[in-house]
Design a protein around this ligand. Sequence first.
Ligand SMILES: Nc1ncnc2c1ncn2[C@@H]1O[C@H](COP(=O)(O)OP(=O)(O)OP(=O)(O)O)[C@@H](O)[C@H]1O
Length: 717
Amino acid sequence: MTMLENQLRLAISDEFFDAYSRLPKKAQGKMSEVINRFKQAPARSGLNYETIHNSRDKRMRSIRIDEAHRAIILKPDTGNTYILLWADKHDEAYQWATRKRCIINEVSGALQIVDVEAVEAATDRLQEKYVTQTIGKFNALKDRDLMRLGVPNILLPALRQVVTDEDVDQILPHLPTEASDALIMLAAGYAIGEVFAQLEKTKEQPPIDPEDLEAALARVDSRSRFIVITDDAELEEMLAAPLDKWRVFLHPSQRNLVERDASGSVRVLGGAGTGKTVVAIHRAKWLAQHRFNRPSDRILLTTFTKNLAVDIEANLRSICSKEIMQRIRVINIHAWVEEFLKQEGVETTVIYDEAATEQIWEEAYQIAPTELGLPLSFYQEEWRDVVVAQGCQVAKDYLVAKRNGRGTRLSRQQRQAIWVVFEEYRNLLKERGKREPEDAMHDARQILATKGAEALPYQAIIVDEAQDLSDAAFSLLRSIVGESKPNDLFIVGDAHQRIYGKVATLSRCGIDIRGRSKKLRLNYRTTDEIRAWAIAILTGVTADDLDGGLDSTKDYRSLMYGEVPIVRGFNRLEEEIIYLQELLGKIEAQQGLSSICLAVRTNKLLDTYEQALKNLNIRTKRIHRHQADNPAEAGLRLATMHRIKGLQFDYTILPGLNERTMPLQNLIDRASEPSAKEKLLAGERCLLHVAATRAKKQVFVSYFGNPSNFLDLTSHH
Ligand SMILES: Nc1ncnc2c1ncn2[C@@H]1O[C@H](COP(=O)(O)OP(=O)(O)OP(=O)(O)O)[C@@H](O)[C@H]1O
């Protein structure tokens, strides 16, 4: 009899997969056999379900894996759903089981695993701390409301004792993930109504049956930690490879974005590492599977950087069938535009490197009105921040363009006089068969306007790294997918990570996200120490919400903890290199060099470090633009900070953070006016923020000579 025939079902918790991956290889093999036997016939499988004495949950049983190891399974009193929870050495497995209880939250309906012992200890600690009367931070909140947000009953007394932010930190590790999200928001000062609204819990669940495991497992909160096995092949696969949890377990805030119809375009914000890319990938799959599944349907998943597109495609492949993959096109926006123009017979080279336009700028500058006395850099900034940013094609566009954030005031006549230089620059480019990316996008849009969106197969577009796309890019994407319709655009981004200076406003590009804007708050990548350090780098930087409003980082947290980034200073490069050599040796002894990325501000610096490390016989490997990184390949990863946007590593090493390198002095000196300088400085801070947030475990920062001014701020952390 198979599982389905006798209606017995097996659910597995996310923690089980962690525990399983820590078992010795042989025990893993045995464990798989046990699962298979269970699936054949749970009641008659010959498996011995041992009761666990002193267990806080009477339904916990142990099953023998081999001589030394046991698995813990929840055997239901009623119903047919068994839940596999843990695997470990005999004594440790029993200890785990005695501490835990599996409960169905009576208000939220989620199935939750609570470490009763740890919760009791935390409650005692807080009660001892506040023996005298104090006003708890969350006292005004009703029990029922907290439970609706996912707080288990048993944690309410502890929560009532919370006074300071440190107390909140004590509680967070014991909460189910949906409730930690809510608590972070409450601690950051959100009103309960706002928390309900943002976490989509405005409606109370219908009455909950606290015995009905199956109903509980089907709820979105439970699905962040349990999977009901319906497909044997899927299970095999999950057990065979070390499980990337993002493939299976989505946070409720993530799943609510993925598996849901949207009446129009959606925008998702979230700090570094909150799973924006994960959500984009799952969304593409869901749409291709459930919404746009005719053979001719196509979904475009686009990014700003080429590397990330390559990486995303590899990840997408790991969760999609071949058939679904055929309907999803993953390509960075610039490559798409070049390909499209080529198909349309437009011969042009798109130039991405600003340095490559320098010569042409100088030629155009020859005709600049001398009476204005504006330096070339002024024209270049004005071009980038006003003309290109707002897609000005003719003088009239520029005359009415907004010049927010530009310091020097210009009269109408002056604008007219200046426009001549821009026109000349554009013409010179065209003469040489070249185009700037934004102009190429504009041209592509013009072509589409005559052909109509029906000429293209795309039913939906998903955008990652939206913060680096311009108005021209979004206007083009709108044309590609056609008139507004349900599920048309799904846009994820984070303005704190904007490193190419382009600011778009979606509403100006025909993209209306009102009522469909969401936020992700839990960092799944880095430790909270790295997150806090990287946020401190952003001091003074204001971030927008991609639609003309503001975004904040006050409710952005990580639930993993580790060491604060280590900052070391040296007098000379040679000394820094000796330090790096030692550091690399230490990490290599534990984990191999391929888990480390060394990232620096400029290509020139990268050459310097590469050479120095080669001289020391340290194996290195540069990160390529066109190739997904193969973790099996040996060697320390090397890249510029720009190149690693969207990627991640166990460790990042950020050397050469000297006074004149970060911010890059040559760049800052070119600013023609204070406001332009401010903008460049903010961009440099964002760049360091991006680099620091690539690390999962640890960040090592160093400099030689005088340190970067950005580092001062973080020393207080
Ligand atoms: N639900 C989840 N469960 C487990 N891991 C997750 C989950 N969501 C995301 N992650 C992991 O968190 C890390 C960061 O995810 P992702 O790259 O999607 O974040 P991001 O928001 O796009 O980051 P960034 O903006 O910094 O590039 C990845 O290792 C991913 O696998």
